[in-house]
Design a protein around this ligand. Sequence first.
Ligand code: GLU
Length: 383
Amino acid sequence: MTQADFRARARRLRDARRLIVKVGSALLVDARSGRLNRAWLETLADDLARAARRGQQLIVVSSGAIALGRRHLGLIGARLRLEESQAAAAVGQIRLARAWQEILEERGLAVAQVLLTLEDTEERQRYLNARATLNTLLALGAVPVINENDTVATAEIRYGDNDRLAARVAQMASAECLVLLSDIDGLYSADPGRDPAAQFIPEVRAVDAAVEAMASGPSSGVGSGGMTTKVAAARIAIGAGCSLCIASGRRPHPLRAVEDGERCTWFVAGSTPRATRKQWIAGTLKPRGRLAIDAGAAAALGRGKSLLPAGVTRVSGRFERGDTVSVIADGREVARGLAAYSSEDAARIAGRRSQEIEALLGYRGREELIHRDDLVMLPGTAG
Ligand code: GLU
């Protein structure tokens, strides 16, 4: 595969409306001194600023808190116990966030720190809250800089690696492209450090057992991820319609290098984030509730609009915000979607205008009962 081929493939990075870039500890922090590789980070920030000028929305998933913090606590050398890494993360995260803030703000980008735990991405309500916050930040032009909340995450229920965390963030944000910047330039058929016959794999379309076997091997010294977690991340990402690229960060301007056709491994999504999300909603086995709607609302849904409370005539079942509900018109299920309100609140605002929501519920929620992004028309119905 030639440089021109790689450059052509990198359109996935250039064209993504939402782009996630994950940066590993081994790149951010110098292994010997334990200090931030600031000069390198500046070059990455230049690339991010360039993407922002092209109109792309950006999220950074940054490791490095533990690696940066340990030196300040005198935790050098040996492997850290969990409590020690959590303490190191607490010390390192402030420094990490400040570095990102300084470096991105110099380039005109507002920076937001978001610390997530595994539960925040796995538990429905919290997932939706985190998702809404990310959407708001992105819409306002800020760059969320995300890390795992290592200080409070407990051993059994933490990611421990930011590769998979980044993939879940990509899914949460419906991003089209995720770049994992690493100390290796991509996936090989075997560990290239040990097997001289290892072949570079430029493109993967499905993460199967053969691909997983290629990834088994040791991880780098500083971060937690190895090729195994990267391939696991790729599975999550492409399943969510997000193409993922493993690329080397061992050079200045690592994103520009990918765009210019340096080799990297692409895991190619067969679908879009929007389509996979809608399939997932349509495939819910047991919707928790039913919203009966009037003819006007049914027609609006057919034209691709959101479902407003005004068009709802009856609410049944017990559901929480974020649960899947069936939308019923004329006694027939015409659509499914994620409710923006619980059944109790939905019943209170059904048939009322969106402007009345705050007065009825005492808080200002969404205007829609189901937003069109969270709504899928079922086969055999219009839309
Ligand atoms: N969250 C960890 C940190 O900031 C890094 C996890 C990883 O290496 O992927 O230090």
